[in-house]
Design a protein around this ligand. Structure first.
Ligand SMILES: [Zn+2]
Length: 342
């Protein structure tokens, strides 16, 4: 009997131990996850299209936070001093470069750890020979148009540069990053083909852009469109009366059906140009304000570009229905926890 009791006790003990182990399993996993969390690269980015591209490659294996809130003027954005702490915690700081985020770059440089890396995508994606200068970004000032990403081929180049950097700093997740890059490449290719097809439906004489904010230089070059001008001067003030008169003449003589404003830069001037030249005023192109809100499937770099084409192409007399099939969701499974300041 004693043996049986001892056996029962032993079973009870074993059961208890197993139960504790099972319950404790959660705790053990959590602490393991916690350790993995601690090992995640901390990546800080600037504007939301770049945050989205980085999110697509890094997925849930990096800790990612953007700095520039959506819907603000990224060209004049001044980081608040509290961002110094974020910079000091970063392993990797990814910016567009090409003089877009000078105050943020200065803050990063003076607060980052010695071993932290600053990756300037725009400076690596194109050589100086490919820099575009225009009305808002005149060659005399020496700062090229920094908006490379509206050309999705350059957006893909950004993704490749991000991939190279993540693999260099975090080789144990190389396979995961490679899978994400491969998926992203497929989506960009699909987007690129859809843009080509959509632009092809625009009457040739209408493949011209007059925008308020000058962010379409690289896009236009890629897709055979012409940027005939931008309204916003290089100091982000208002254009002169003479410049406005010149633009009205230009839109009239070209018979342009539409001119394009931006949500971030409301422009009475462009509206007046549209009115005087009988063009439609389309006020919702965006270069860094992602559609929807964080967590929405269309709140992505690819979603931003799809949305721009849906706005632009019909206004110029074309058909953007091909854009509806473009998959703009993030390529990795599950939420990444990336922070997009609003
Ligand atoms: Zn811009």
């Amino acid at each position: 009997m004693e043996n049986i009791f001892a056996g029962v006790k032993l079973w009870a003990l074993l059961f208890t131990v197993l139960a504790i182990a099972a319950c404790g399993g959660g705790t053990a996993d959590q602490s393991q996850d916690g350790n993995q969390e601690d090992q995640l690269l901390t990546v800080v980015t600037t504007v939301s299209p770049i945050t989205s591209i980085v999110e697509n490659i890094g997925g849930s294996r990096i800790r990612l936070e953007g700095v520039v809130p959506e819907g603000v003027n990224s060209h004049t954005f001044e980081p608040v001093p509290s961002m110094a702490k974020l910079m000091s915690e970063a392993d990797l700081i990814i910016i567009n470069g090409l003089f877009l985020e000078e105050p943020t770059l200065a803050l990063a440089e003076s607060n980052k750890r010695d071993d932290a890396v600053i990756l300037s995508l725009g400076d690596q994606a194109v050589t100086k020979e490919n820099w575009q200068f225009d009305f808002t970004f005149p060659e005399a000032a020496g700062h090229p148009n920094p908006h490379l990403w509206p050309d999705p081929n350059l957006g893909l180049r950004y993704a490749e540069l991000v991939y190279d950097q993540l693999v260099a700093m975090d080789p144990k997740n190389a396979e995961y990053y490679a899978k994400n890059l491969a998926g992203f490449r497929v989506r960009v290719k699909q987007l690129d083909e859809a843009i080509r097809a959509a632009v092809a439906t625009v009457p040739e004489q209408n493949r011209k852009l007059l925008t308020y904010h000058d962010s379409w230089a690289y896009f236009a070059k890629q897709y055979g469109m012409e940027v005939i001008g931008a309204v916003q001067p290089s100091n982000f003030s208002q254009p002169s009366v003479k410049e406005v008169a010149g633009l009205i003449d230009q839109v009239k003589s070209l018979g342009l059906p539409a001119v394009f404003g931006s949500e971030v830069f409301p422009s009475d001037v462009l509206e007046a140009i549209a009115r005087e030249s009988d063009a439609q005023f389309v006020d919702d192109l965006a270069d860094d304000d992602l559609p929807g809100k964080p967590g929405d499937p269309e709140h992505s770099y690819l979603g931003l570009m799809r949305q721009n084409l849906v706005v632009m192409i019909p206004a110029l007399g074309g058909d953007a229905s091909v854009m509806a099939d473009v998959d703009v969701r993030n390529v990795f499974d599950g939420p990444s926890g990336a922070i997009y300041p609003q």
